[in-house]
Design a protein around this ligand. Structure first.
Ligand code: NDP
Length: 376
């Protein structure tokens, strides 16, 4: 009798220890999605784990898309990557474990391919966007019609979450057609899929951005002496926020504005780049009208991105913040300050003489400046 009681206690403690171990390692967990569907995640949150969710990222090979795919795939969310050009998406494969990142060739005008990309997913992100019009797609096609088709497909296949990436300053009264159609796309998405979460990022900074790279490239052509005011945000903060938003069902149906903590004019950012890069970055300020006319003409003649009149128009719009929209703080995040990360992107462009100078304090920086003054 005593023997039986002892073995029962031992078995109970073994069972308790196994449960504790599983819980502490996060080995398996059950979550219920918005529609009541159970999702089982497994693993400890590393590369070989699985979150039990499938996400489709339209625009995955773009600047923001690549960081979002990486953040999703590295913790085992199966990612479907609809792509148009074979060579421009290959680098995404290694962002996740074997079988996690999957490619589907698509054309937004071919609904079968859009359905193929969406039908198995719980979460769909629409990151498709283009700063200029092309021969095949104008702003209405890229922003509004693309969103309409994706939202309709999400509704058809009862997708749990649809996240529409719009833009800062999206407004029906904007002088920019790009920003007007971004706003229209938001309305279309909400009409078709009422629980759409709209995310409006600020101009994003990162390795492949259009803010710092424009400054360090030559010629840096601006209007109004670079007086446009923006609130730059780090691309990885936006990608991390998108992931958080998609996994947090309380964000469904909300609008987020993701902006950086500080305001800068383009000229301020140029001067910060000079400070970090120890190089002079000049800018050429031109009158708006002839510049807009010229870029529009060139955009139609040459095949690499050169901008367009609408982009020039956007260079004159100071960023405004919609105070009624949710932001980083509502999902428990604090975006990084531009000064904290800018150096990392500018430093590689320093002259070889100064590559190894890494001052940690202001005093060191001052000494470094004196040293440069003497050597130049
Ligand atoms: P990118 O220009 O880097 O990427 C755009 C993506 O959209 C690419 O994957 C591109 O695919 C795809 N795409 C463009 N046109 C089409 C089309 N006609 N059919 C199918 N796919 C298309 O954009 P970002 O990553 O910089 O921006 C992501 C989103 O965030 C966009 O909606 C953008 O408007 C918005 N945004 C961006 C900001 C920024 O600072 N970058 C600021 C505010 C908003 P492909 O490679 O095949 O052309």
């Amino acid at each position: 009798m005593l023997f039986l009681a002892q073995s029962r206690v031992q078995l109970q403690s073994l069972h308790r220890n196994a449960a504790l171990f599983a819980a502490s390692r996060g080995v398996a967990d059950l979550a219920i999605t918005l529609s009541g569907k159970p999702v089982i995640s497994s693993g400890t949150g590393g590369r070989s784990s699985r979150t039990g969710r499938v996400a489709t990222v339209f625009g995955a090979n773009g600047f923001l898309g690549r960081y979002l795919v990486s953040k999703l795939a590295r913790q085992g969310t199966v990612v479907m990557v609809p792509y148009r050009e074979e060579m421009r998406k290959r680098f995404l494969k290694v962002t996740g474990d074997l079988g996690v990142v999957n490619f589907i060739e698509f054309d937004i005008r071919n609904m079968d391919s859009v359905e193929e990309a969406v039908k198995n997913s719980d979460i769909v992100f629409n990151l498709i966007g283009r700063n200029y019009e092309t021969k095949l797609f104008n702003f209405n096609d890229v922003n509004v019609e693309t969103t309409r088709r994706i939202a309709e497909t999400c509704a058809k296949f009862n997708v749990e979450r649809f996240v529409q990436v719009s833009s800062h300053d999206a407004s029906p009264d904007s002088p920019s057609a790009f920003l007007r159609t971004k706003f229209e796309a938001e309305q279309v998405a909400r009409e078709i899929f009422p629980l759409t979460t709209i995310v409006r990022p600020s101009p994003m900074v990162g390795q492949e951005d259009k803010v710092v790279r424009k400054i360090i490239a030559w010629p840096n052509i601006v209007v109004n002496n670079g007086a446009q005011v923006i609130r730059p945000v780090h691309v990885m903060d936006v990608a991390a926020a998108l992931k958080k938003i998609a996994f947090d069902d309380s964000t469904a149906g909300k609008t987020f504005e993701l902006y950086g903590p500080d305001e800068y004019s383009l000229d301020d950012i140029r001067r910060l780049c000079e400070y970090e890069g120890l190089i002079r970055y000049s800018q050429i300020s031109v009158p708006k009208a002839p510049y807009a006319w010229l870029t529009d003409k060139l955009n139609k003649l040459i095949w690499w991105p050169i901008g367009c009149a609408d982009e020039v128009e956007r260079m004159t719009i100071d960023q405004t913040v919609d105070k009624s929209a949710a932001t980083f703080a509502d999902i428990g995040m604090a975006p990084a300050k531009l000064r904290e990360y800018l150096g990392g992107y500018v430093r590689p462009w320093r002259g070889n003489l100064f590559q190894d100078v890494a001052p940690d304090s202001i005093q060191e920086r001052k000494r470094e400046r004196e040293f440069i003054h003497i050597t130049r």
